[in-house]
Every structure is written in C-alpha cells, then in structure tokens.
Design a protein. Sequence first.
Length: 119
Amino acid sequence: MVDGLEATEDYDGTITVHVLRDKVEREKIRCNSYEEAVATVKTEQDGETTLKIEDRDGDIVFSSVNSYIEDWEKAWKNEKRSLSVNVENHECPYDHLSCVADDLCGQCKMDKARNQHET
C-alpha cells in the first residue's frame, strides 16, 4: 500500500461470503476483512458457482451474478481511498462503476482533454 494510505476501517469478522452451488449445500464463509472476502471469492469461483459478499449490516455488496470480482474490488479500493483523501466529487456520465475523479474512465479522460482544449 502507498505510504499514508492505510485502511480507514477495521472489521470484526462479520463479513460473510456466501457460496451457492447447484448440487451442494450452501456454504457461508466468515471473513475478517474485505481483502479476505475478495480472496475467498477468487478461490471459490468456477463459473458455475454464485458467490456473494454480505457486509456486517446484512446487505449484499457483491454478487457474481451482476459483476466480476476484479471490477468490484477495484471500485471498492477506489472508494476506500477516496474516504481517506479529499478528492473532488465525480459522477461518470457513462455509468462506469470504477470511474472516479482521480481515476477517470477512458471516455471521461477524452471529455476532460476535449474541454481543456476548447477553453
């Protein structure tokens, strides 16, 4: 991790990875951190298994049905980083999940360059 950007949250082991297989009983794996939960999802994914990450409030924050764990992990790291750094607010007009003010998607980078060139 980059100096000065340490984790902004501590977790008490209540993050749960749900492993949902067709022919096998459902499994719940308790994790001590989101890093551990992401690693568990990456280990358990096989293309036929549905995996979900449940936060300590009981909300499902990731589902392999809707997205890839690598995309979710990048967005989560960006969000965690933005909590520890003052960065201008940015809402991607193209609805890219991981597009944030300090790490724009390709389309937003092109828009920004075009706008700077026009002024």
